[in-house]
Ligand binder design. Structure first.
Ligand code: UDP
Length: 261
């Protein structure tokens, strides 16, 4: 406990040998970007129209990648991995890298939806329990006047349903595909099908539709600012509480990876 406290509360001196703003955290290359920089990178992906995968890396995802080689490869091949979560930002700082701010997947998705009507972009929602993506669509239409949500599909399906799901997405021709199947299913699904789908920008967005549909609450701003969003989620979903053990494990693992380097 004392070690954890000492590790978490240290002061940082940043190193200058960062390549392309990529920071290696437990073997995963995370982009050290602000929300604004992430958005301008994604704008170029929309223009290039080549299928790209964007991941939002929190401590849990990075921990998972240490024992899930397939996920690690997918993340390292992704066009953009934003630092989602105070844990990721802390880890970068602890390893001596600059990381300006947290770029939460939820906020990134909202920002892209806000811009969609201005650029006449088409958006598709795939994932979450039956009915949730439809409710999230209504919310998006209320928030972002003129937005074109060109399709929704829930995230509970069998392998034999996949050809139909893929055909539906292809017919809808979205520019932006938001996929909420949980980690690592959403990243693996997208890595497998993104070229076939040929959507310029696809993002794994976890619980985003649940929050938009009002099924899940986001932590109040003061808790987000106090870096306590993880605690709020654990209180709201006690089933997730077991997953919290990943956090101290993450801190210790990052610390020991620093000792080794
Ligand atoms: N989900 C889904 N299909 C699945 C598993 C999960 O659509 O087979 C949805 C779930 O309903 C939720 C979202 O994926 O809306 C994210 O789930 P969770 O919060 O458990 O995942 P995390 O992103 O935190 O790993």
């Amino acid at each position: 406990m004392i070690l954890l406290k000492r590790i978490v509360n240290e002061e940082f001196n940043f190193r200058s040998d960062v390549m392309n703003n990529k920071v290696d955290i437990l073997g995963v290359s995370v982009d050290s970007v602000t929300m604004q920089e992430a958005i301008s990178k994604i704008e170029t992906f929309f223009e290039q129209r080549k299928p790209t995968l964007i991941a939002t890396a929190n401590a849990e995802m990075l921990m998972r990648a240490t024992h899930d080689e397939e996920l690690k490869k997918i993340l390292n091949a992704a066009e953009l991995v934003v630092p989602d979560g105070a844990g990721t930002v802390w880890a970068a700082h602890h390893l001596g890298y600059e990381m300006p701010e947290r770029v939460a997947g939820y906020d990134l998705a909202q920002e892209l939806m806000k811009r969609a009507p201005l650029k006449n972009r088409r958006v598709y929602f795939f994932g979450s329990a039956p009915g949730v993506a439809d409710k999230a669509k209504l919310k998006a239409e209320e928030l972002y006047s003129g937005i074109k949500i060109v399709g929704t599909r829930n995230g509970f399906f069998k392998a034999e349903d996949e050809p139909q799901i893929i055909a539906d997405i292809k017919t809808a021709q979205p520019d932006l595909l938001l996929v909420a199947l949980g980690v690592p299913k959403q990243e693996k699904w997208l890595a497998k099908y993104k070229d076939e789908l040929n959507v310029p920008v696809s993002i794994g967005v976890g619980g985003t539709f649940d929050v938009m549909a009002g099924i899940m609450k986001r932590a109040p701003l003061w808790m987000q600012k106090a870096k306590l969003e993880w605690l709020f989620r654990a209180m709201l979903q006690p089933k997730r509480a077991g997953r919290l053990i990943a956090l101290p494990k993450f801190v210790l693992k990052v610390h020991s990876s620093k000792q080794k380097s």
